[in-house]
Ligand binder design. Sequence first.
Ligand SMILES: NC(=O)c1ccc[n+]([C@@H]2O[C@H](COP(=O)([O-])OP(=O)(O)OC[C@H]3O[C@@H](n4cnc5c(N)ncnc54)[C@H](OP(=O)(O)O)[C@@H]3O)[C@@H](O)[C@H]2O)c1
Length: 294
Amino acid sequence: VSDKILVIGASGLVGSRILARLGKRALGTYCSQPRAHLQLVDVTDADTVDDEVDALRPTAIVLTAAYTHVDGCEQDPVRSHAVNVQGTRNVARAAARNGSRLVFLSSDYVFDGQHGPHDLFAKPAPINVYGRHKLEAERIVAGEVASYAIVRSCNVYGYDPDGKNFVMAVYRCGIEGRSLRVPVDQWGNPTCADDLAAAVDKVVGYRDSGVFHVAGPDYVERLSWAWRTAEVLGLDPGFIQGVSTRDLRQPARRPLNAGLDSRVSLAKLGVTMRGLEEGLAAVRDAMAAVRATA
Ligand SMILES: NC(=O)c1ccc[n+]([C@@H]2O[C@H](COP(=O)([O-])OP(=O)(O)OC[C@H]3O[C@@H](n4cnc5c(N)ncnc54)[C@H](OP(=O)(O)O)[C@@H]3O)[C@@H](O)[C@H]2O)c1
């Protein structure tokens, strides 16, 4: 194969889907969660990053590795900076030295959530540590690498038995009979992980550098997202309790009207993202398929 693509963070939700999508063209890495066929790379260790990238000399690197726990970032900004900023810088430098295209996964949390869903003209103005560090990382990528793409996404979900994404969290609470407190005032675009992976595949092969918004078409708040999830997965929604963000007392401030308007980027890439109903049905079908083979 002529393409060699390195997916850094392939043990995570988004990275694992991208790796699956790219198939034989790609090689993946993990950090703390070993998986078959993945190599160990800690992005905070510049030497290891250099060794890996210099040995492979990939045409493209997809960087999904990040410290993604938003409240964790708020409580441990040093760790967030080490992984999300310095880690990105280490990868960007290695990409630049090897002439690799760098596709960097970023977030709608670079915005303040005053006027979402945010289009490509919206001005980033993060209101928490995670968002500030993702924005800093975006700027490093744009500044260090000749061929780069920043892919901002939002509220990613997919079938994943041990995953912590929102749809799986709702499912697990439902079947275990635990109650779940869900904010009624946090808006975003639920994004099917497989669709995001298909879009990233296109971005890898796209010639131009720049920013892409890649998220699902439906703009919803978390409570109705949780209800729809329970309904499609056949759970009685009585365990879901709506609360205001203020009452949730999360350590990190949340952009309330967050989310992304992705229409321009998706038209450019020629990809469509499925809506929430269709995406939830796919999760339900994946669960049924696993049950059938168990
Ligand atoms: N999920 C969303 O809703 C969402 C929304 C917008 C943007 N994004 C962005 O999409 C990207 C992927 O998110 P995700 O949801 O897939 O996250 P995730 O499931 O938490 O996965 C994070 C990945 O990063 C790896 N990682 C963490 N620390 C590392 C380190 N020091 N060195 C190397 N790898 C490290 C993890 O490896 P181990 O698990 O093996 O340690 C894992 O593979 C992130 O950049 C995130 O900001 C996600």
